[in-house]
Design a protein around this ligand. Structure first.
Ligand code: SF4
Ligand code: SF4
Ligand code: SF4
Length: 234
């Protein structure tokens, strides 16, 4: 059921390139629809800053890379009913995490390491359509679920020629799909921007890389170690 009052929404960013927020702006007509349903009261990129304390929905882009950002994230959490992590930087730490994955302690943290996150919108950048869908589902009180298919399954359905078979390091077999395998469909390997699939078999992918003489990146090795340790070191 749609609430009588428009939910108050704040859109914030921590360490990010703002590419996911740009995807929101790319919604065009659909953004105008969202503006009829939601009251955006705080968004630097849109030039909106109203004096509201409580928010119904906070949308946070970017990972946490400093004490100041940690404080900012906690402060937003405190005054928001629902927090959405927007994009791979917020969901997993993304490129910043990849950069310092071999350093300990890690400097970059996904949002969920610092505050409770209610919903995650993966992708680098996010899909505008998925963002729209998630906001409408929240408004309608629907449960938001993540599909458990891999990029590979979607790639096979699209009858693409497999890049991995040609010796290209594609992470599609271990990556959560629902992006219509957009990268391999455009002859680019999947770099895993939607995060690990539920049943990701990283050992098998490492073996597949070895069998094809594809160099194993530090990132893949660290990902595997984390998976085996249940992420306890992060
Ligand atoms: S997820 Fe990608 S596009 Fe989004 S803010 Fe991070 S680097 Fe930019
Ligand atoms: S190109 Fe990548 S995503 Fe597509 S089938 Fe091969 S490994 Fe899977
Ligand atoms: S194919 Fe991989 S890298 Fe490309 S959008 Fe999908 S999950 Fe992200």
């Amino acid at each position: 059921m749609i609430p009588k009052q428009k939910p108050r929404v704040g859109i914030f960013n921590l360490s990010s390139c703002e590419g996911c927020i740009v995807q929101i702006l790319n919604l065009g007509e659909k953004l105008l629809d969202l503006l009829k349903l939601f009251n955006i009261v705080d968004c630097r990129v849109l030039g909106v800053k109203e004096d509201y304390n409580k928010l119904d929905i906070a949308i946070i882009e970017g990972c946490v890379m400093s004490f100041e950002e940690e404080v900012k994230a906690r402060e937003i959490r405190e005054r928001s009913e629902i927090v959405i992590a927007l994009g791979d930087c917020a969901v997993s730490g993304n490129i910043n995490f990849m950069k310092d994955i071999t350093n300990k302690p890690h400097k970059s943290k996904p949002l969920s390491e610092v505050i409770k996150v209610d919903h995650e919108i993966p992708g680098c950048p996010i899909s505008s359509e998925e963002f729209y869908r998630v906001l409408i589902d929240i408004l309608m009180g629907k449960k938001i679920t993540k599909k458990s298919i891999t990029v590979c399954s979607e790639c096979v359905l699209r009858e693409n020629n497999c890049l991995l078979e040609k010796g290209v390091p594609c992470l599609g077999p271990i990556t959560r799909g629902d992006c219509n395998a957009i990268c391999p469909s455009n002859n680019r390997p999947c770099f895993g921007c939607r995060g690990l699939a539920d049943d990701a078999n990283i050992d098998a992918l490492i073996k597949a890389f070895r069998d094809r003489n594809i160099p194993i990146s530090q990132y893949l090795i660290a990902l595997n170690q984390m998976k085996h340790k249940g992420g306890e070191e992060r």
